[in-house]
Design a protein around this ligand. Structure first.
Ligand code: C2G
Length: 135
């Protein structure tokens, strides 16, 4: 039925893109008809994590936009704008990995909120350490 498409929105840095990122995007897309992804800005990472990502926001957005399950990407400039992004993209479902469990429950009044289990044993930090020879 027209107008009944279910829009899913998710957010992330997706730096040093790995299979854990791919899996969460695939599982998020499977919850609806259209997946919109907010890719966190370099400045947001610097503010929240104290370092810039390995790949720039432009590169990270290009990688995520090229994925088959992704319909649209945008730059996530602030964690505090989540509600505005959800409204702007008319999202029916917000999906986050369960490292964020409980953190966005307050969005439950504008959309469904789903936390998906993370893919075990893989992370950008672990990859960077492995590549650097620290681990
Ligand atoms: N992820 C996963 N399994 C992993 C690693 C990551 O499922 N082994 C998921 C995370 O749970 C998240 C997504 O991949 O849903 C992106 O992870 P990050 O790039 O680490 O994103 P983050 O910096 O947590 O997002 O509004 C949130 C911000 O954009 C920050």
């Amino acid at each position: 039925m027209p107008g009944m498409a279910r829009t899913v929105i998710t957010f992330g840095t997706f730096d040093v893109f790995h299979v854990g990122h791919l899996r969460v995007i695939e599982r998020a897309a499977a919850l609806g008809d259209r997946l919109v992804v907010g890719v966190s800005a370099d400045a947001l990472n610097l503010r929240k994590k104290g370092r810039e990502p390995v790949f720039s926001e432009r590169e990270r957005m290009a990688i995520v936009a090229a994925l088959k399950p992704v319909h649209e990407v945008f730059l996530e400039e602030s964690l505090e704008l989540k509600r505005d992004y959800i409204r702007q993209y008319a999202a029916d479902v917000l999906v986050m990995g369960d490292d964020w469990k409980g953190r966005f429950d307050e969005m439950g009044d504008v959309c469904e909120v789903v936390y998906l289990p993370r893919t075990p044993a893989i992370s950008t930090t672990a990859l960077i350490e492995k590549i650097s020879g620290i681990a």
